[in-house]
Design a protein around this ligand. Sequence first.
Ligand code: NAP
Length: 271
Amino acid sequence: MSSSSSSLPLQTLKIGIVGFGTFGQFLAKTMIKQGHTTRATSRTDYSQLCHQLDVPFFRDVVPFLEADNDVILICTSILSLSEVLNSMPLRRLKRQTLFVDVLSVKEHPRNVLLQVLPENMDVLCTHPMFGPESGKNGWKDLPLVYEKVRVRNETRCSSFLHIFESEGCRMVEMSCEEHDKVAARSQFLSHSIGRILAEMGIESTSMNTKSFETLVKLKESATNDSFDLFSGLFIHNRFAQQELMNLEQSFEKVKQRLLKKMSEQQSLSSV
Ligand code: NAP
């Protein structure tokens, strides 16, 4: 194999997945399709599902860590990351490995990984900006944001990134800080509005406008993701709280403008 973005040779990878929930499974399917070897460990027992996918499942994390992994891919929830990593005997790692995370916030996993990993481990922070629903018909033109936080083995890192590149993803190299700033104002904002619409119980009607259809889709896409994911976007992105306040203030401003206009109209009609 050779890479489209660099002249580095590419390798087939042995990828150990930590957290085999919705998103871990979704990524594994494409990795397997591309010929990489995957194995998984998770809090829940996924032995049966893994058997069907032909993915070895490790209930015990020690043999998982001692397996010959080129890459350890962290797909746990944002909220459980510290607990999961701190419970792993990372000193048992037999070889120099590339740790990759796919969490939807980026400064938090970068900091935790740099804190808990032995110094000789490489770190790549990524955020595929799509999920099982938006990526169900392929990943073409969908963004993959990444920062090479501590990469010494470039061939292995490029081989991992090539998984996304070769599916046609738009590769966006960006610092974890910049990612979190932009994501607070885009992804977190859309999730919040989707959750608010769900709270209001909006449903499709027989006279939907296109804009209202967009709102219904937004509600559905926000509530398809777990509440752990949504709250992780808030708790572990230091820019999110400000955006929530901006949303609240903007809502109040729009409401005040409407109320002012209404009272102007009422005074006009009473003369
Ligand atoms: P999620 O609810 O964010 O995470 C579920 C995963 O976290 C499962 O593997 C679950 O393990 C594990 N987990 C949760 N609490 C745990 C705990 N206390 N101890 C150990 N493991 C725990 O849902 P997700 O959609 O699968 O997302 C996984 C990660 O991918 C998240 O960090 C998310 O931000 C990121 N991501 C998701 C999407 C998406 O569209 N879904 C897109 C991009 C990035 P068990 O299954 O074993 O219980």
